[in-house]
Design a protein around this ligand. Structure first.
Ligand code: GLA
Length: 713
């Protein structure tokens, strides 16, 4: 869009950005928010003029795109670097503004004193309206430049954005949305786990007091990075607020030799005037069409059968064959052989690093099982944990020096394994060769790429190295994908510990959580849906008694929960009753019937009382919708309330039906089911009424999930 003497204006959809970038001045984001039809930057500048406040600097320190240390914004510097303790106060001024594409700008800045060039790469996706910000730092001096912190950008927050939500979590309890109490000062999360992490997912939501899922202005932020990160929000006493995200560095981790360049990971940011669900849809579309590489566009995502919770390390040949038969018979389309197939891996204490089929359990190699599975019409997938090694492995015995470590500091065991040093090319060559050999020799089209520990002392050759380790991981995955262009990869890290737009640029789905407990999953998947669309969220039907929580849940609930994701199964099908297999089979058929809608539709979270989780998808042309209403617990009032169906076309009429479970019953009768025949032939209801009047939900037991289908007639 238009550049106006010293300003760049980017507008797409309902979003406008006005950037100040006059040559010789400091770069700044003057405005970011709702679309402006005729923005006049000089006027905006005049309208937003601030002033001296008593007790403060004589002239207020103006913000800039990094609020770097030299600006004097000490509390929230977005760039802090030095040359052996000197040249620490960088202050960037614009020297050039480039427009590589109409919706992208590169603002090149220099600091002549500290000899640092900072280039801000900013884009506003014209189709999905997500902003991407990255910073490039070049050492233009002639001594080493140590970078302590470099945010992808320091973005100003709209003063009306009063409510802040961060993400917390833990293993088997990821993507927990938490509202942050109002504060003045800083909200800081630092992830030093060496992966995206379970507990510090780099995401942030900001809304106004009135913002909910369906209405109100809001902003979201996500760092597309799979290593250490820092998320911070600073609310200054002068009324201004800024968000920063970037890589977290250990001391000395990032130092640039003269001429060297560092580039931050991308910070994705979005604005919506229509609530958090609309904002999620922008991120979903941006991920689908702009971040992921499109290699599987046009292919339906196959129903998974994963062996982990069925057999763990007990890889009995006969059982695995029978499981494949059963899985195919209920509708599986891909069979994934999980941990336990290689080296001396008969338990989680040994074998990691020895990536060849175990002679003990696979005397004839993997070929017979792969052939059996593909002969049943399913794809074959294989589990790897490439970055890890057990001390009890041939690899470690041969190369004990190949691990990350801090010299003189004791290793901290974590699931009995150490982390390989991927910054050493010989380590990546070894891993590539092992995987390449297996993938070339078999019809294996899918890899579950796991990473099961935090990294505590990520040193390589004396220096901290997670930043380089993460880049080396990306390069290794890319190398493998280049060699196997049809290979699909799942990013797993003890469940959802490595789920972010950085890894998804190179992989195809995430394992959302190790918890297959459907009630946990309702909340986990809802949390993840703020940034991730359904088709990339692995969701499996687990055993009746959940292995992690011990909770017993019905097959109907487990199916309904896995249906809203990339569906799969992870239970011992040989122990299931005929009735429960029938329910499972029907659920899988239902997923296949609606898979296209689920995986390409527009996603909605509903605002509901505490006892409910309700979400849904609506097709692009609003001709069809599929919604899930899950009664997580009992409710306070006698009846569960109404479902106000979002996203439909008010002027269309829909045939409304409850299609899961079958048959659907209310606890007492008569109910809405009799009044409308929702559980049978359904009822034609205008979109307007579904959206504005709402549909009474029948009285249900806790832990019951209904799936509603709306088809325009
Ligand atoms: C991790 C994964 C699981 C499974 C095990 C195997 O915990 O998240 O799904 O693959 O490793 O060891």
């Amino acid at each position: 869009m238009a550049d106006q003497n010293g300003y760049v204006i980017l507008t797409a959809g309902e979003t406008s950005l006005v950037l100040e970038c006059a040559i010789g001045e400091r770069p700044n984001m003057l405005y970011w928010g709702a679309r402006l039809e005729a923005p006049d930057p000089d006027l905006i500048k005049a309208m937003t003029t601030r002033q001296h406040a008593p007790g403060c600097a004589d002239t207020e320190i103006a913000s800039s795109l990094l609020n770097e240390t030299g600006t004097g914004m000490a509390g929230l510097s977005g760039f802090s670097a030095h040359r052996n303790g000197m040249a620490w106060a960088s202050l960037f001024r614009v020297t050039r503004v480039l427009r590589p594409e109409p919706h992208r700008v590169e603002i090149v800045c220099e600091d002549e004193i500290t000899k640092v060039r900072a280039t801000h790469l900013i884009g506003l996706d014209p189709d999905c309206h997500v902003i991407t910000c990255q910073t490039q730092i070049e050492n233009s001096g002639d001594t080493a430049l140590a970078i302590d912190w470099c945010a992808s950008a320091s973005l100003p927050l709209d003063p009306r954005a009063t409510r802040l939500f961060g993400f917390t979590g833990r293993w088997s309890g990821e993507f927990h949305l938490e509202e942050i109490a109002p504060f003045l000062g800083s909200y800081v999360r630092e992830n030093k786990s060496g992966r995206t992490s379970h507990d510090n997912f780099p995401g942030l939501l900001v809304g106004a007091d009135e913002t909910n899922e369906q209405a109100g202005p809001c902003f979201a932020f996500h760092l597309g990075w799979s290593g250490n990160n820092r998320v911070r929000v600073d609310r200054l006493s002068d009324g201004r607020s800024f968000v920063q995200m970037g890589e977290y560095f250990f001391p000395g981790e990032t130092s640039l030799a003269p001429g060297e360049v560092y580039q931050t990971p991308p910070l994705y940011a979005g604005f919506s005037s229509r609530g958090f669900s609309a904002l999620s849809r922008k991120f979903h579309r941006h991920l689908r069409y702009k971040v992921m590489d499109g290699r599987i566009d046009g292919k339906s995502r196959p129903i998974h059968y994963n062996t982990w919770e069925a057999v763990y390390f007990d890889h009995d040949h006969d059982t695995l064959f029978k499981l494949a038969d059963k899985a195919a018979s209920v509708g599986a389309e891909r069979y994934i052989l999980d941990d336990g197939w290689f080296g001396s891996r008969r338990n989680d204490k040994a074998g990691l690093g020895d990536w060849w089929p175990s002679d003990e359990v696979y005397p004839d190699g993997l070929c017979p099982l792969v052939k059996h599975v593909t002969g049943l019409g399913m794809e074959f997938g294989l589990w790897f944990e490439p970055e890890m090694v057990n001390p009890d492995s041939d690899l470690f015995r041969t190369h004990p020096d190949w691990i990350l470590q801090a010299e003189g500091v004791e290793q901290i065991p974590f699931r009995g394994q150490f982390v390989l040093d991927l910054t050493r090319p010989e380590v990546c060559d070894y891993l590539f060769d092992c995987m390449h050999k297996l993938l070339s020799a078999h019809d294996i089209s899918y890899v579950k790429w796991d990473m099961n520990r935090d990294v505590h002392h990520p040193g390589s050759r004396g220096r901290p190295a997670i930043s380089q380790q993460t880049r080396a991981l990306y390069a290794l995955i890319e190398r493998l994908r280049e060699a196997h262009p049809n290979l699909e990869i799942e990013s797993c890290s003890s469940g959802g510990g490595r789920a972010d737009f950085g890894i998804l640029r190179r992989t195809d789905r995430i394992w959302t959580s190790d918890s297959n407990d459907a009630l946990d999953r309702q909340r986990i998947q809802r949390g993840a849906s703020h940034f991730f669309p359904l088709e990339i969220m692995g969701a499996h039907v687990g055993p009746e008694t959940c292995h992690i929580t011990g909770r017993r849940l019905s097959m109907e609930l487990r199916v309904a929960t896995a249906l809203f994701g990339h569906m799969g199964m992870e239970l011992n099908l040989l122990e299931e009753s005929a009735e429960s297999l029938e329910v499972l089979k029907a659920g899988i058929a239902l997923h296949k019937e609606h898979r296209d809608l689920l995986h390409h539709g527009d996603f909605h979270r509903l605002d509901t009382p505490e006892h409910v989780n309700a979400v849904g998808v609506v097709s692009d042309d609003k001709s069809e919708g599929l919604f899930s209403w899950c009664n997580l617990t009992g409710h306070r009032q006698t009846l569960p309330g109404r479902m106000y169906v979002p996203g439909l076309d008010a002027s269309k009429t829909y045939r409304a039906k409850i299609i899961w479970p079958k048959p659907v019953r209310s606890i007492s009768r008569p109910s809405v089911l009799e009044a409308t025949d929702l559980g049978g032939e359904g009822m034609d209801i205008p979109g307007e009424a579904l959206m504005q009047v709402g549909l009474q939900v029948p009285l249900l037991h806790p832990e019951t999930c209904l799936i509603y289908h709306f088809q325009a007639v």
